[in-house]
Design a protein around this ligand. Structure first.
Ligand code: NAP
Length: 329
């Protein structure tokens, strides 16, 4: 059985950033990057908003570079998914099938996936379907675009698109939005925005890129086809936390709670608001020695750069924790 200082579960920008920092700190690191390593960026084409790449970089290239950088500092990377964890006590145990790995610290960076409508839209990702307008709106200059959803993310995507697209039409399944009133107001007052209420997207069509969508009014059952260049799906996210259920505290939507987010949301936590900086581990989860970072924690921003930043925070906390608790091992 192999023993590491740190096991990082998840191979997206947060996990690899944590691996780079901890590897440079001469700790032994195992990254369980999952069967499809690279996180959400693997499904992205051009990334234009990650600092340092003036001309942009392809999502998979960015992830390969992060992985190579982590390996340069000694991280061992396995393209496997953790299947079981035992995180209590000073020795953390993580299994991949029947193989057990042990460590002193675990960092959870398993990410979140965008909820999809489920009409086969995945095949158009990067070819007219997007789950991130902040990332992709600029590619739709003068185009006909649609946003699906009625929450704050849908409003934010709509506003991002109005800066570039010729038209933005929101398709929402009910007759009112759940988004905050201020976001709704901004959206509804924008002359580029139309809303198709009480409706669902039945089909997305086009070859090889999106050219039309078929929409059904749930109340009248009327079906209409609209010409479309882009469809932005903004119906929420599902954090990857199933193997941590009952082991680490999660919020009501399944996102991993860390000290910072728990205290912000008023959750009863093992340290008080006042102690957060004294305790010194804002990224520690409900279990000692286990830290969280990236989209699995972040229900709000979900950007590669914010995930990388959180990976750095978790690594610095983990490093500090290992130094302060060295006598335990
Ligand atoms: P959300 O608030 O859960 O909203 C999801 C929206 O998608 C809802 O309108 C929902 O419809 C719709 N939806 C869900 N499943 C659907 C399906 N299968 N088909 C069609 N529509 C579906 O999620 P979110 O907008 O991603 O926001 C997540 C959190 O981040 C929220 O707490 C939000 O306030 C926050 N956030 C804040 C900001 C901001 O303040 N600027 C920006 C982004 C996110 P129903 O309404 O009918 O359920």
């Amino acid at each position: 059985m192999k023993h590491f200082d740190v096991i990082i579960i998840g191979g997206g920008p947060s996990g690899y950033t944590a691996a780079i920092y901890l590897g440079r700190s001469t700790l032994s690191v195992l990254v369980l990057a999952g069967a499809q390593p690279g996180g959400q960026l693997i499904f992205t084409t051009e990334v234009e908003n990650y600092p340092g790449f003036e001309k942009g970089i392809l999502g998979p290239d960015l992830m390969m570079a992060m992985e190579a950088q982590a390996k340069r500092f000694g991280a061992e990377v396995l393209y496997s998914q953790a299947t079981k964890v035992d995180l209590l006590g000073t020795v953390k145990k993580v299994w991949v099938g029947d193989t057990e790995y042990r460590s002193r610290v675990v960092i959870v960076s398993t990410g979140a996936s965008s909820k999809m409508i489920g009409i086969g839209e995945d095949k158009y990702i990067g070819r007219g379907v997007s789950t991130c307008a902040v990332c992709d709106a600029a590619f739709y200059k003068g185009k006909k675009t649609f946003v699906v959803g009625g929450g704050d993310a849908a409003m934010e995507d709509t506003l991002a698109l109005t800066k570039f697209a010729a038209e933005v039409t929101i398709i929402h399944r009910r007759d009112e939005f759940r988004a905050s009133k201020i976001m709704q107001k901004r959206v509804l007052e924008n002359p580029k925005v139309k809303v198709v209420w009480n409706s669902e997207v039945l089909e997305i069509n086009g070859d090889p890129v999106v050219s039309s969508i078929k929409v059904k009014n749930i109340k009248t059952e009327k079906v209409e086809t609209f010409p479309a260049d882009g469809v932005f799906v903004a119906i929420g996210h599902v954090p990857t936390t199933t193997i941590f259920e009952g082991k680490l505290e999660l919020d009501e939507k399944g996102f991993l709670l860390i000290t910072q987010t728990a205290l912000m949301s008023g959750t009863k936590w093992r340290v008080s608001d006042k102690d957060i900086w004294k305790d010194g581990y804002p990224t520690m989860t409900s279990v000692e020695g286990v830290f969280g970072c990236g989209d699995v924690v972040d229900y709000r921003y979900k950007q590669a750069v914010t995930a990388a930043g959180m990976g750095c925070q978790a690594a610095l906390d983990a490093d500090k924790y290992l130094m302060e608790h060295a006598s335990k091992y």
